[in-house]
Design a protein around this ligand. Structure first.
Ligand code: ZN
Length: 69
């Protein structure tokens, strides 16, 4: 059973799938979900992280609404 899972993970990796590393405890300011650590946006010297490009786009449109600054 365990070997099956391992080989499945290997297959997925070969096809370019990977589990996105998450920013532990870092929350997307737009939707409040856990943010991914590769979707970032700098605003007024601070870096904000988002769960998706969609949320980053929302932030870019109205950063003051979400940044709390
Ligand atoms: Zn989000």
């Amino acid at each position: 059973m365990e070997n099956k899972i391992k080989s499945l993970i290997k297959k997925l990796r070969r096809f370019g799938f990977s589990v996105k590393p998450k920013n532990k405890g870092l929350l997307d300011p737009v939707c409040g979900m856990e943010a991914a650590n590769d979707i970032a946006f700098n605003y007024r010297g601070q870096t904000y992280f988002f769960c998706s490009d969609h949320c980053r786009g929302q932030f870019e449109k109205a950063p003051d609404r979400y940044s709390g600054q």
